[in-house]
Ligand binder design. Structure first.
Ligand SMILES: [Zn+2]
Length: 419
């Protein structure tokens, strides 16, 4: 079966200018053609389903490089529920992403390995859900966060334990390794500027991960920890709040292609919240760091550091399905609209190391795509607007759409979600 989407404006996720009157052709879950109608040779398959999408906009399915499927935006950041419930919570949150057009999520701190079970169930086709790039547990030194996020942390002190912690994540099926190099904002006694792991531990973790072909995502706010992580050869820097303090570190990231994943949305959700029961310590710490985080993104972006979108959804008032507002906040911090959009598509796939088959609407890539009524390049908040989002395609089949659709039945995935 070939599926042909016609008369549509194509925003392909590479950063190229939009193409009006475009055609996207899909066969067996892959893109056969994406470009102007004039260059389209026509469908040759035995069975062709053609959709006229006049006036609409087509983009790659969005990729969120920093989520916590185990959290649902609890105001006090307490994620914990009994084990069976947690598995269902992870599944529900995963589905909220897919129904919002986030076709791929990178989870940077799951819960008791349950996210691996959820992923297997989705891959077997038992449930609808996004692609999942999983880090397993957040590897950390002995600190209070490990008691607060009891199923998320893997405490490791010293080089030998760090190596063992990496091996455990690999054993469970992790695609990458997440480490906490500095203190956290969302741990009451956490001091974001403080370095946690020592240089030998950071280097050992990166070396051990690389040995298994796994990338490393480093949670780091303070500049000393950021420096240690970047010099050890991590692939993505999560948060990077105090990066602005050392332009040399920014230069090093630009030269080595180390991604910054700034996670601005959570801070804004907390600061702008009205009548919420956010604890004072969470509010105060976010107010103290938000301007610095935005400045660090601006400086990194202007210096040519690659940027990938990560919303940190799951954290207080930061709900699954609203992820794409992160793209808007990145623009507000100084990125061009198209660059902010690429950070959630082509560049996000690059940050995962999956760019050969994912992230842009180009020939040969998997057909993960979203169709919007309105142009996101007019206002990036459109990306998170479910009245604008018409349908979500994953692997070439419609995985989510509105209840009042009139699409042919052959276009639907086995498991469907309602937008
Ligand atoms: Zn996080």
């Amino acid at each position: 079966m070939d599926t042909v989407l016609k008369n549509i404006t194509l925003i392909d996720g590479t950063g190229r200018a939009p193409i009006e009157n475009a055609v996207i052709a899909v066969r067996e879950g892959k893109i056969m053609y994406a470009g102007s109608a004039s260059g389209w040779p026509g469908a040759a398959g035995e069975k062709v389903i053609s959709l006229d999408l006049r006036g609409k906009f087509i983009l790659p399915g969005l990729i969120d490089c920093h989520v916590h499927l185990s959290g649902s935006g609890e105001a006090d950041s307490q994620f914990q529920v009994p084990t069976g419930q947690m598995a269902l919570k992870i599944l529900k949150n995963a589905q909220r992403n897919l129904a919002a057009g986030i076709t791929t999520v990178r989870d940077l701190g799951g819960w008791s390995e349950l996210e691996f079970d959820v992923r297997r169930a989705i891959q077997r086709g038992e449930f609808a859900g996004p692609r999942m790039c999983l880090a397993g547990r957040f590897i950390s030194i002995t600190e209070a966060g490990a008691d607060y996020y009891i199923g998320m942390y893997r405490v490791a002190d010293g080089v030998d334990e760090v190596r063992k912690a990496v091996r455990e994540q690999v054993k469970h099926g992790a695609d990458l390794i997440k480490m906490g190099v500095t203190g956290a904002v969302l741990v009451e006694s956490g001091v974001p500027g403080t370095t946690h792991f020592n240089e030998d531990e950071v280097c050992a973790l990166v070396e051990e991960a690389n040995k298994f072909g796994k990338r490393v995502a480093a949670h780091a706010h303070g500049i000393d920890g950021v420096r240690k992580a970047v010099q050890a050869g991590i692939h993505t820097l999560e948060h990077g709040t105090y990066l602005f303090q050392d332009p040399q570190v920014i230069q090093h990231m630009a030269q080595h292609g180390i991604f910054l994943v700034p996670t601005l949305k959570v801070g804004w959700d907390i600061i702008l919240a009205k009548d919420s029961n956010i604890p004072d310590w969470i509010m105060d710490k976010n107010k103290a760091t938000q301007g610095e985080a935005a400045l660090s993104l601006k400086m990194a972006y202007e210096a040519g550091v690659p940027i990938a979108m990560g919303s940190d959804v799951g954290t207080p008032l930061n709900y699954h399905g609203e992820n794409a507002l992160e793209v808007y906040w990145m623009e507000q911090a100084g990125m061009a609209k198209m660059d902010a959009l690429v950070s959630a598509t082509g560049n996000a796939a690059r940050a995962l190391g999956w760019e050969h088959w994912l992230g842009t609407l180009e020939e040969g890539k998997v057909a993960d795509l979203i169709v919007h009524d309105r142009n996101p390049l007019d206002d990036l908040r459109v990306l998170a607007d479910k009245t604008s989002l018409q349908f979500v395609m994953k692997d070439g089949l419609i995985a989510a759409c509105h209840a009042d659709h009139d699409f042919p039945a052959d276009l639907f995935a086995k498991q469907m979600l309602t937008i």
